[in-house]
Design a protein around this ligand. Structure first.
Ligand code: TXA
Ligand code: MG
Length: 315
């Protein structure tokens, strides 16, 4: 059975999870829901499987992948954890925090996963379906967002289907993603946290927990190579901080700015984050030639929303 009337999207029940684990163990790629966005997963040890991810996404080979692990013990086999990294993992995993750490010598990951960097990005996801696939397969899973490179990240199975379609043998469908924005990426050095990509785990919560002031990556050197200025880009021009729709614009609203689609009528930033990519997908598919977006407060997860919007508006 499937939810969209074709052979690829399947509800993520036990049988589908078992089938997905079998495909992954056989070196195939599978799209899997996480609490942030849908990921395109492959066995992180298997170079051919990892090559399938890059091919399906059209992803440049210099852009490394996040490895998803079942727990901290599995993560420690792949990276060097100092005391700060270990404390952060214990506090925020499973969850939407990706740690960039020194790659451990002899770590069992395909070279393409880290794109030759001396570091590795690791995340222990919270979504029950992703966790079940990790457990069933017994693998660590390399998984970028399940969209064409440079496109809008998927928060629903139908977004994956629209972007990657037949390039993926199986898409596990567990409905919309709860967070709706990709994980926070933080590079951890001795006594320093550098945020490479803002996300659901905010700078404030990292600071409150660690008593350290995280630094934000500045524009000059791009350390997360996926953090190129133009990203998450719809096929249409995007105008930010709109108060109302101008001619030809499909307006994404927030709070009192109603719009054609409102991210959160009650101006709740977490709700807006969860709806953002779905709104951009709808805006892209609408008959309107232009997209406008209401102003989003630049606090809490609004920082991550504005990061994505800025990239969506850069062409
Ligand atoms: O929420 C998420 O993180 C989702 C779900 C599926 O887990 N994944 C995701 O992956 O957003 P992706 O590939 O779309 O974004 C990963 C980002 C890229 O910008 C990549 O350059 C960066 O992580 N990255 C990966 N390894 C890195 C490393 N060793 N150092 C710095 N950045 C790294
Ligand atoms: Mg991505």
């Amino acid at each position: 059975s499937n939810t969209l009337g074709n052979g690829w999207v399947v509800p993520a029940d036990d049988a589908a999870i078992t089938a997905a684990a079998d495909l992954l163990r056989g070196g195939q790629i599978v799209a899997i829901p996480t609490e942030t966005v849908y990921g395109l997963a492959a066995d992180a040890r298997n170079a051919d499987a990892v090559a399938h991810i890059y091919a399906a996404k059209g992803r440049p080979d210099f852009n490394p992948l996040i490895v998803h692990v079942p727990d901290l013990a599995a993560a420690e086999e792949l990276a060097e954890f100092g005391p700060l990294a270990r404390r952060l993992a214990e506090a925020f995993w499973p969850g939407a925090l990706t740690l960039v750490l020194p790659l451990r010598e002899g770590a069992k990951v395909a070279a393409a996963v880290t794109a030759g960097l001396p570091t590795i990005a690791l995340r222990c996801p919270a979504h029950p379906v992703m966790r079940a696939v990790l457990a069933k397969s017994g693998l660590n899973l390399a998984a970028p967002s399940a969209n064409k490179s440079g496109g809008i990240s998927p928060t629903r199975a139908e977004h994956v289907l629209a972007s990657l379609g037949g390039a993926v043998p199986m898409i596990l469908d567990a409905g919309p993603c709860k967070e709706g924005l990709e994980s926070t990426i933080a590079a951890i050095r001795l006594e320093n946290i550098e945020i490479l990509r803002p996300g659901p785990i905010t700078a404030e919560s990292l600071q409150t927990f660690s008593k350290l002031q995280p630094s934000q990556q500045t524009g000059e050197k791009i350390e997360a190579p996926g953090q190129l200025a133009s990203h998450y880009a719809p096929s249409k021009p995007v105008r930010l901080n709109a108060k109302s729709a101008e001619d030809g614009e499909w307006l994404i609203g927030f709070g009192e700015v109603a719009g054609h689609y409102n991210l959160s009528p009650t101006a709740d930033l977490a709700q807006a984050a969860a709806h953002l990519f779905d709104a951009l997908h709808r805006a892209d598919a609408s008959p309107y030639p232009l997209i406008a977006v209401a102003e989003i407060p630049d606090k809490d997860i609004g920082v991550a929303i504005n990061d994505r919007l800025k990239r969506a508006a850069t062409r």
